[in-house]
Ligand binder design. Structure first.
Ligand code: LR7
Ligand code: MN
Length: 563
């Protein structure tokens, strides 16, 4: 048409072309501005402040300025890469780690007015850039109509101006949205620990749900919707998202494992347990879990308060989510992990803070050990009933840790809410932890020198692996009947050519006889063959003639039951 010169004369054509090009340019510019504001990626550091003043002309803090007030500290102080965190910007794109199935279906959302969420974050000595990224990821990736308020509790951080600066920064960042979002800032003049701080935050919450979050997290796209969908089904349910690990050195965001459930062992340490898929169950479906995925959880605020919040006798750090999990299950609640909801968390290799020494600090324990034992002892005494002996047997030093209160309150709660005994939890929720105590003579890991007996999940093979004392998947049990079994009800026997076998534990006389072991000091003698369990090559069990001083024939259980 241009060539013919009939429809469009050359000057007019030129005009059209210029208009067309200008439109294109505007589109490109809009796209660039959009990218700058929304997607500051790890590789593309932004030099652009997000907001630094509002219409009233008041000067608000620019995020770079906010971060620049970070007091100089060594890397050890935070236990993650501070420099990288500072250069990463306030938000970055995260890889989508959840299952494809989560993206292809809409979530059934409850009405926003009855599903307002209060997010509680307690922090102690967190780097400014890290805290900011946690907060901004929440603000950007949470539907406004559900995010009711943010409650930030500064637990006595050394950076004393942080909270004030953060308030100023948030005012600028939120601009007009400031009126629609509740912001509560509190500072503990004296450090109280995360458990009391979270309780303090929750007591101020006015939303329908409370969510507790660490201060070095990044929530991923559409993290809240799958949780809300589940919570709407049952007012007594509590949910955890699936945690995606963020590397403390590279800050790279990886995919968390959706085949794990939360659990704990008898020393009351957190453990992951294997999740088994039921027939027709898809990996992305929400699943029941004996404990939360770490300390991130969301539940009805009223239900949380009714259960007495986190046990306020627990000190500083540790055990509170296990305690809440036990009391929740026993008193009529349930826990689910929801793999369609993803939150990234920096798993630090060691604590980034000190534990204050106890008033009557045990000289043989570090303050961190003593605090954890103190908290575990409270859980054992409040909830474990007769099974608390299992805890004391594994942690005998806990017996001498003084507690400054009695358990009347918890017993009252248990009575009032007609909570089940702990036995119920073992039977219905956490059978992995269940053992038949009456019949047991010894249990725990079975150790020969520095190796421990381990039953491989895949082919039920017995191997010797390094010892993780509290890994319950490595626990063996010696019953009073002489049967020596692994956690999954398989018993050790001796088969053809004196080979050690793992077979289903026999109930009849004949199989029982071939599965009977006797103890001669630390030796394990097979009753039928009169041979001893031996580990001559350090990686394979064999049967051989008993030799009284052979180290390779000496096996110790972590836990001997009292006769
Ligand atoms: O004295 C303190 N006061 C605090 O406010 C000590 C810590 N804290 C804050 C701290 O800044 C952080 O935000 O408490 C939070 C947890 O402390 P971390 O991150 O140093 O320890 P952690 O990651 O090992 O925490 C895990 O165990 C804790 C036991 O009390 C809590 O249950 C945490 O929630 C738990 N974190 C996770 O499981 C990661 C998932 C959370 C998310 C998202
Ligand atoms: Mn953490």
């Amino acid at each position: 048409m241009f060539a013919s010169g009939k429809i469009c004369r050359p000057r007019r054509c030129l005009f059209y072309i210029i208009v067309f090009l200008i439109c294109q340019l505007i589109l490109v510019l809009q796209f660039i501005v959009y990218k700058r504001n929304n997607d500051i990626t790890a590789s593309k550091f932004s030099s652009q402040p997000l907001h630094h003043s509002n219409d009233s002309g008041i000067h608000f803090l620019d995020w770079r300025e906010f971060i620049s007030h970070t007091p100089p500290r060594s890397e050890d102080y935070y236990q993650y890469n501070l420099h990288l965190s500072d250069t990463l910007g306030v938000i970055r794109n995260l890889p989508s780690t959840r299952h494809y199935g989560c993206m292809t279906r809409p979530f059934k959302l409850p009405p926003p007015l009855a599903s307002k969420v209060s997010v509680v974050i307690s922090f102690h000595n967190e780097a400014r850039s890290m805290l900011l990224r946690t907060v901004v990821s929440l603000l950007r990736r949470t539907p406004e109509e559900y995010l009711h308020e943010l409650i930030l509790v500064d637990d006595g951080s050394q950076d004393v101006t942080l909270l004030d600066d953060l308030m100023r920064w948030m005012d600028g960042f939120l601009a007009a949205r400031r009126d629609r979002l509740g912001l509560i800032f509190r500072r503990n003049q004296k450090r109280m620990g995360l458990i009391s701080s979270r309780n303090r935050g929750a007591s101020l919450a006015s939303g329908n749900y409370v969510l507790f979050l660490d201060s070095h997290c990044e929530v991923n796209e559409e993290w809240l919707e799958p949780l809300l969908e589940r919570l709407a089904l049952d007012p007594h349910l509590a949910v955890s998202p699936l945690l995606d690990p963020i590397d403390p050195t590279t800050l790279s965001y990886r995919k968390g494992n959706e085949m794990l459930k939360g659990g704990f062992d008898w020393s009351l340490h957190f453990h992951w347990l294997k999740r088994q898929l039921a027939i027709k169950e898809l990996p992305e479906m929400a699943y029941k879990s004996p404990a939360f995925a770490g300390g991130v959880l969301m539940m009805s605020r009223d239900w949380f308060l009714m259960l007495g919040s986190f046990n306020s006798y627990l000190k500083i750090w540790g055990g509170e989510s296990i305690e809440l999990a036990i009391k929740l299950w026993l008193c009529g609640g349930q826990i689910e992990i929801v793999p369609c909801s993803r939150i990234g968390h920096i798993f630090r290799r060691r604590h980034a803070f000190d534990f204050p020494p106890q008033s009557d600090q045990d000289q043989q324990l570090s303050p961190a050990q003593e605090t954890y034992l103190h908290n575990s002892k409270i859980i054992a005494e409040s909830w474990l009933d007769e099974y608390k002996n299992m805890f004391y047997a594994l942690r005998p030093v806990a017996r001498r840790i003084p507690l400054d209160h009695t358990y009347d309150e918890m017993q009252k709660l248990r009575r009032e809410r007609q909570c089940h005994p702990f036995e119920w939890y073992l039977r219905h929720v956490n059978p992995e932890l269940r053992l038949h105590f009456d019949e047991l003579s010894a249990t725990g890991t079975l150790r020969n020198e520095d190796r421990c007996l381990h039953a491989r999940q895949k082919n039920s093979q017995l191997i010797l692996a390094s010892c993780y004392l509290s890994d319950i998947t490595q626990w063996s049990m010696l019953r009073s009947s002489g049967q020596l079994s692994t956690q999954r009800e398989l018993c050790l026997g001796v088969g053809l050519r004196m080979r050690i076998t793992l077979q289903p534990c026999g109930r009849n006389e004949t199989t029982r006889k071939s599965q009977r072991w006797l103890r001669l000091g630390t030796h394990l003698l097979h009753a039928e063959t009169h041979l001893c369990l031996d580990n001559p090559l350090k990686d394979r069990l064999e049967m051989s003639t008993c030799r009284s001083h052979a180290v390779s024939q000496s096996f110790q259980f972590a836990l001997e039951m009292e006769a």
